[in-house]
Write a protein that binds this ligand. Sequence first.
Ligand code: SAM
Length: 259
Amino acid sequence: MRVDVVSIFPDYLSVLDLSLVGKARQRGLLDLRVHDLRDWTTDRHRTVDDTPFGGGAGMVMRPDVWGVALDDVLEPGAQLVVPTPSGEVFTQRHAEEMATAEQLVFACGRYEGIDARVAEHYRDAGVTVRELSIGDYVLNGGEVASLVMIEAVARLVPGMVGNPESLVEESHGAAGLLEYPVYTKPPSWADLEIPEVLLSGHHARIERWRRDRALERTAERRPDMIAALDVATLDKQDLALLAELGWVPGEDGAGLVRA
Ligand code: SAM
């Protein structure tokens, strides 16, 4: 998979040389290229921004500079990702879709963001343009947001994560639940013991215990995810536990509602 990041602070992206993403780059699984937007400027001051039409505080990034940069970087079939706090909130579903792209190009905004015509222009030209937010807060620039998305996408690329099994039961996976609590050695620490069932070697009991803890944890921390569960994917024991936790199938039978 090819990933391009265009930024006025390319050094910000140097962490992409570390850890799993760095290793994937070395192994050729990820062709990751970081570009300095200012390389596409033509004036002495290498200007990338200007004052906003309509007045107001701050500066806006110029569409003409972004246009030449993106024309150069985008390959046919690429997806253009524009991180912005006014975008749809990035989720694991986006990561899964983005992991199938041949090329992802991240356009990192700064100041008050990128002139809105850039996304419009590439959308009109038939490019898949994703304006995505990593959460309801405002960062100084799109670099950190791009790093978040690149890491989430890259770990889904086949071969990236050593044991692909570890992706299956994770939070926000196909089950629509948060992951159960996990433990390792030592079995006793700070007067806290690990749940005995995990030492039993009894796979079915361990699986049931994990499923129950995932349901409990999700109900407590993310009731919105419980409300979004499809009843058809739940077994009798799931439904019994959810009823204890105050969730029952709604009138239409498809979703869960508070009892
Ligand atoms: N004026 C913009 C607004 O209110 O929507 C905020 C601009 S912000 C200071 C500068 C850049 O940071 C944005 O263009 C975007 O690239 C990035 N950014 C800030 N918060 C973000 C978030 N929550 N998710 C994704 N990108 C974000």
